[in-house]
Design a protein around this ligand. Structure first.
Ligand code: C5P
Length: 231
């Protein structure tokens, strides 16, 4: 895998036109993420268009429902030919197993452990989950592994723990990546691109540090160089 393929650029945008503009600005991007904001406004055709352009696509819709509905959702989405799809581990083992059964083709299904915007206080005081964030992430990752998922979404801080527990081929996809000097915004459990790669992240999901930069191409290339040196 090339370093450029390790960076998943989050297309947190509203329209197809904005996507085309951004892709023109970022000719070296190889892997993109379509989240709820973009998918809900443009629909499945956008994924097909991105695949037709030769891009790899992570469809980040974080499915979380009863097992039968999760099965149907993953069945519909995986037919689009996306490379990565996800669902919330908090939906439980049966939901994850049913969803895994629905995957067709080469799509890889990964489980969201705890959002990188959740910190220790929110976990304990608002979500009512006892223990540390790491305990919870490990527990959810264990369920994902048992369900036959291909890996998890977690913070870069938790990658080495996940790889030690579940082996190198269990994917660790990490948002919460912030280059030195950039704003953490709503992300709480962050690392730099270099640290994330050194920790063993397979893919770095990066949105605002690229798209909200005054020069997105420069921002992407700076991250790429940082990763190349770290790999
Ligand atoms: O702009 P930023 O780099 O924070 O974007 C991170 C992206 O990763 C967002 O699109 C967000 O929805 C997504 N994400 C996340 N935490 C997760 C899963 C996905 O931040 N656990």
């Amino acid at each position: 895998m090339t370093s450029a393929e390790k960076i998943i650029a989050a297309l947190d945008l509203q329209s197809r036109e904005e996507v085309l503009e951004v892709l023109d600005m970022l000719p070296d991007v190889r892997f993109v993420k379509v989240g709820m904001e973009l998918f809900y406004s443009t629909g499945p055709g956008l994924v097909t268009m991105l695949k037709d352009r030769g891009l790899r696509v992570f469809l980040d819709l974080k499915i979380h429902d009863i097992p039968n509905t999760a099965y149907g959702a993953i069945k519909s989405l995986s037919k689009l030919g996306c490379d990565l799809l996800n669902l919330h581990c908090a939906g439980g083992l049966e939901m994850m197993k049913r969803a895994r059964d629905a995957v067709v083709g080469d799509t890889k299904l990964i489980g969201v452990t705890q959002l990188t915007s959740i910190d220790q206080t929110v976990l304990n005081e608002q979500l009512g989950i006892e223990g540390t964030v790491e305990d919870c992430v490990l527990h959810y990752a264990n369920l994902a592994k048992q369900a036959g998922l291909h890996g998890v979404v977690c913070s870069p801080n938790e990658v080495s723990m996940i790889k030690t527990a579940f082996g190198p081929s269990f994917l660790a996809v990490t948002p919460g990546v912030r280059p030195h000097g950039s704003h953490s915004q709503d992300q709480k459990r962050t690392m730099t691109p270099k640290e994330a790669v050194q920790a063993g992240s397979d893919y770095l999901v990066i949105g605002r540090p690229i798209l909200a930069s005054p020069d997105p191409q420069q921002a992407f290339n700076d991250i790429l160089r940082e990763i190349e040196v770290a790999s």
